[in-house]
Design a protein around this ligand. Structure first.
Ligand code: 5AD
Ligand code: SF4
Length: 442
């Protein structure tokens, strides 16, 4: 039997890219490839790229440059670029980089084996179409390996909201939802392979409106209730959501659905109504705050996380203060914050830009407030008993690491635990980025 060829995938960006990279590995499995963790012994290197913020394309070119010596030493090494930079700049990458053999966008990676074959024949291998066939369907019957206790599952993709700063509607295309039966089938398969926690993914996951097995249209809440019925699945999460799609049934599910975890990522971006309008967000700071109140009424202990952008065009000190006020009012348990970065092709990139030094100063102040809140939320866990799903051994002997219901990393010293165990833990310490505790036996 011929020895398997080796595939090295490097993933950038969001969780959806992590999911896509796994699917790409499965697709290439069909073409005789197995994954490797070192580029040096790979027959094919694939960069799964992200275009959301700063210098995305430059990073790809410099990473490609690092692979140049490998390619020169072994000319039959194939190098591919996938993901959102591939979608946005495919032709340019082929032209500029010289050493790239294939380019594939996020909606066409099920065609990777054909592209690889074209590249081997020295032919042009670029596919950034939004094809009519469904990549998920095309990949359905690939052989699948045993899995760890947590997994991502893409249920919705693309976005029709066109926030003025964001490339996603251009790179991932229009919003589509996978049929509920397909999602349930994939979830059951994951559980059969050892998965106990599933995070449903979508750029606008709470806008999910997939075809239901009953012929109707299912909301995300309806889908979560169906997943709740799967034996062996213990935890359900979803990310990332838009405030305007937080429907009543989804809010209620946070109170009633026992497997839905008390953690919600709900980006607001800014606390200034003037900036929100310029961002084309179609919600106000006030409507967001009311929404948070309703979610907390349904699930009082829910941990809220968010995304923020500082230095969006026209943002004044007063606008920035409004964001700080909103953060004070919400009290976030976790957050991601960024300096605005003009993305080519998006409306806000054409506007007059804020000075870099002003952006940096605002980001520092914003992050110090968010870090304080995050720290307080983590410290408040000390003395509490929380459920932890253990994922892997820690760095110290006998140590295991897992995640609490609230997504905090938790360490324990308990040598009898295995990955996939779900246990009650009493939290005894709050460290820099994680909690420590001991397993409760009763
Ligand atoms: N500049 C800075 N941050 C951005 N994000 C999206 N586009 C940009 C941009 N052009 C942030 C938003 C979004 C998160 C995924 O990335 O906060 O919620
Ligand atoms: Fe981008 Fe999210 Fe806005 Fe869609 S809703 S355009 S993915 S920030």
């Amino acid at each position: 039997m011929a020895e398997a060829k080796k595939l090295y995938i490097k993933t950038y960006g969001c969780q959806m890219n992590v999911y896509d990279s796994e699917r790409m590995a499965e697709a290439m499995g069909g073409a005789g490839y197995v994954e490797t963790s070192s580029p040096e012994d790979a027959d094919m290197i694939l960069l799964n790229t992200c275009h959301i913020r700063e210098k995305a394309a430059e990073k790809v070119y410099s990473e490609l440059g690092r692979f140049r010596p490998l390619k020169e030493a072994r000319p039959d090494l194939k190098i591919g670029v996938a993901g959102c930079v591939a979608q946005a700049e495919g032709e340019e990458i082929m032209r500029r980089a010289g050493l790239v053999d294939l380019v594939v966008g996020p909606q066409s990676y099920h065609r990777l084996p054909e592209l690889e074959a074209l590249a081997r024949e020295g032919r042009r291998a670029l596919d950034t179409d939004f094809p009519v066939e469904d990549k998920f369907d095309a990949l359905r019957d690939r052989p699948k390996a045993k899995r760890g206790p947590t997994a991502f599952l893409t249920v919705q993709e693309g976005c029709d909201k066109f926030c003025a700063f964001c490339v996603v509607p251009y790179t991932r295309g229009a919003e589509i939802s996978r049929p509920a039966a397909r999602v349930l089938e994939e979830a059951r398969d994951l559980v059969g392979r050892g998965v106990r926690e599933i995070t449903l993914l979508g750029q606008n996951v709470n806008a999910y409106h997939g075809e239901g097995p009953d012929g109707g249209i299912w909301s995300l809440a309806r889908l979560i209730w169906a997943l709740n019925e799967i034996d062996g699945l213990d935890r359900i999460r979803f990310t990332t959501s838009h405030p305007n799609d937080m429907s009543d049934d989804l809010i209620a599910a946070h109170g009633d659905c026992e497997k839905l975890m008390p953690y919600l990522h709900l980006p607001v971006q800014s606390g200034s109504d003037r900036i929100l309008k310029r961002m084309n967000r179609s919600h106000s700071a006030e409507s967001y705050l009311r929404l948070i109140e309703r979610i907390r009424a349904a699930r009082p202990d829910i941990l809220i996380s968010g995304d923020f952008i500082v230095g969006f065009p026209e943002e004044t000190e007063a606008d920035f203060q409004a964001t700080m006020d909103l953060i004070e009012a919400v009290n976030y348990g976790y957050a991601f914050s960024f300096k605005y970065s003009p993305r080519p092709g998006t409306p806000a990139a054409e506007r007059e830009q804020i000075d870099e030094a002003v952006k940096s100063d605002r980001l520092t102040r914003l992050q110090s407030l968010l870090t304080r809140q995050q720290r307080a939320a983590q410290d408040a866990m000390v003395g509490r008993r929380v459920k932890v799903l253990f994922e892997k051994p820690g760095r110290l002997p006998g140590q295991m690491v897992g995640k609490s219901d609230y997504l905090h990393a938790v360490h324990v010293r308990e040598s009898t635990l295995r990955a996939g165990d779900l246990a009650d833990v009493e939290i005894t310490e709050s460290g820099a980025n994680s909690l420590a505790g001991r397993v409760c036996l009763h």
